[in-house]
Design a protein around this ligand. Structure first.
Ligand SMILES: C[S@@+](CC[C@H](N)C(=O)[O-])C[C@H]1O[C@@H](n2cnc3c(N)ncnc32)[C@H](O)[C@@H]1O
Length: 228
């Protein structure tokens, strides 16, 4: 992990998140040179995109929501799924969460989350593995920012979030209108004008929508996605 931490420090610049200046993250300006550096560092031409070096539209939506609605997490145990930079976990702690755990499969994300938490004077526990086949985590609130950008991940996230919701865990989801986002069973709570970057998106402003999962009582018994 020391090597990954050194890599994040070398390639990210600690700076306030645009529009959420109370949060500082190690962020990059350009995605392709950094992706190339990750490929060289890992000697893996298929290395994952450095998601952790950017604050994504979905996570920004959740972070704005928590600033406006700290009661959603205050005093509660929070689990930030697909945490990337740790943005949502850090926003939750700033809003008064009792504890925050962040999960991400990327070893560089794990390093970035630790460094970013420390840069904000916070402590985030990091789970560096795929939790989507696990039972719901030991948490009272799950945050999931920007997880619907690819079909395979999107298909697995919602069943896991449903199981968590059915186990009594509150779920807050952030999404900037990604293609694989199944909005039908979600209840929209808020929308924020979030500042992102044309390195990642078509526009440097996006709508960060925040949703919760409808309760079991208000959704139909058959909720697995069907064809089309
Ligand atoms: C678009 S980024 C979002 C990061 C952060 N939530 C935000 O909004 O800024 C998606 C993140 O999901 C992570 N990821 C992908 N598949 C995952 C899985 N099965 N379990 C945990 N994290 C995963 C990626 O490594 C990446 O950091």
């Amino acid at each position: 992990m020391a090597r990954e931490r050194a890599f994040v420090l070398r390639h990210g610049r600690l700076r306030p998140v645009p529009g959420l200046e109370s949060i500082r993250l190690h962020l990059a300006d350009e995605v392709l040179p950094l992706w190339h550096a990750v490929q060289v560092e890992t000697a893996d031409p298929d290395a994952a995109l450095p998601y952790w070096a950017f604050a994504w539209g979905g996570g920004l939506g959740v972070a704005h929501y928590l600033r406006e609605h700290p009661e959603a997490v205050a005093g509660r145990r929070v689990f930030d799924f697909a945490s990337g930079s740790g943005l949502c976990a850090i926003a939750a702690l700033q809003a008064g969460a009792a504890t925050a755990t962040a999960a991400d499969i990327d070893v560089f994300a794990a390093a970035a989350i630790e460094l970013n938490a420390r840069a904000n004077g916070r402590r985030v526990s990091v789970v560096r593995r795929d939790v989507l086949d696990d039972p719901p985590p030991d948490a009272e609130v799950i945050l999931a920012g920007d997880c619907w950008y690819e079909a395979t991940l999107a298909e697995r996230v919602m069943p896991w979030l449903r199981r968590a919701r059915d186990a009594g865990i509150d779920v807050l989801v952030g999404d900037p209108g990604r293609r694989y986002m199944p909005t039908a069973e979600l209840i929209q709570l808020a929308t924020y004008d979030v500042r992102t970057t044309t390195e990642l998106e078509d526009l440097d402003r996006k709508q960060g929508h925040v949703y919760t999962l409808a309760s079991t009582a208000t959704t139909s018994p058959s909720r697995e996605p069907g064809p089309g």
